[in-house]
Design a binder for this molecule. Sequence first.
Ligand SMILES: [Zn+2]
Length: 262
Amino acid sequence: MENRKKPQQKVSIQREELVSFLNKTLSVHQTKDVSCNGLQVQGASTITSVALAVDACMEAYEKSVRSGSQILLTHHGIIWNGLTSITGSAYKHLKYLIGNNLNLYAAHLPLDMHPDVGNNAVLSKTLNLQNIIPFGLYKGVEIGFQGTLPKPLTIEEITLALGEYVEKDAVTLPFGPRQIERVAIVSGGASDELSEAITKGADLYITGEPSHKNYHEAREAQINVLYCGHYHSEKPGIQALGNLVREQWGIETVFIDIPTTV
Ligand SMILES: [Zn+2]
C-alpha cells in the first residue's frame, strides 16, 4: 500500500539540504546507536519525491523507484555495527540502490526518542498522555516516555485509541489493574524494559515485540502489557517524519506500508 501526498506544484530540493536538515532535526550524530544513522547509501543529488518506509527491504526500494522517489527514509536501515562485507543480501541491496540511483537514509534510535516526530512521542500524543517524562533506559539514553492518561482506560480502550499503531490480534498480558492510569512506552523490540516499567509503577507497559520471559514477570508484578507489534509501533515516527519533510519544503512524500507479522 502506498500513501502519496502531492504538493500543488513539483518541488525539488538538493539531497545535501535534505540530509543536513534530517541530521540536525534528529541529532543523528549525537546519538550512540548500533545503526549507522544518516545517509547510508548515496544516490541522486536532486530530490523531487521522498519515499518513507519502516524497513529497508527490496520491496520498499522497488516501490520507491516505481513511485518516482529519489530517496528512501527508513527507521531500520541496512548498516548495523558497520558493514563487514558486501556479499549476499548486502550486495543485493547495494547493487539495486546504486543501480537505481536511490538514496537510502536511516534513523533508528534518533527516531524512537525524538520529542515530536519520534515513535514514542507520537504514541504518547495519540493517547494524550499528560505529565510526560523520559523512560526506557537503553545504552545510556532514555528512548521512551512515561505519562498519565487524562482519565483511566481499560487495555481494550487503549488498544482502540492507538488504532493503526497496533496490529490486529495484538498480544496483551492483562495482569494489572483493569482501570489504567500510568502508561510507559518504548517502541520496537524493548521487552526488557518491562522491569523498568514495574519499578516505576506503571499500570501498563506498551512495546512492540512480545517476549516469552515477560509473562511471569508481568503476572507476578501485576502489570498490564500491550505488544503493538514491532512494525506497527514503529510506523508513527517515519510517518511523522514524512509530514515534517513535506511541511518544510512542500515536497511530495510517499509512505510505503509493508507491514510485517512480527
Ligand atoms: Zn525497531
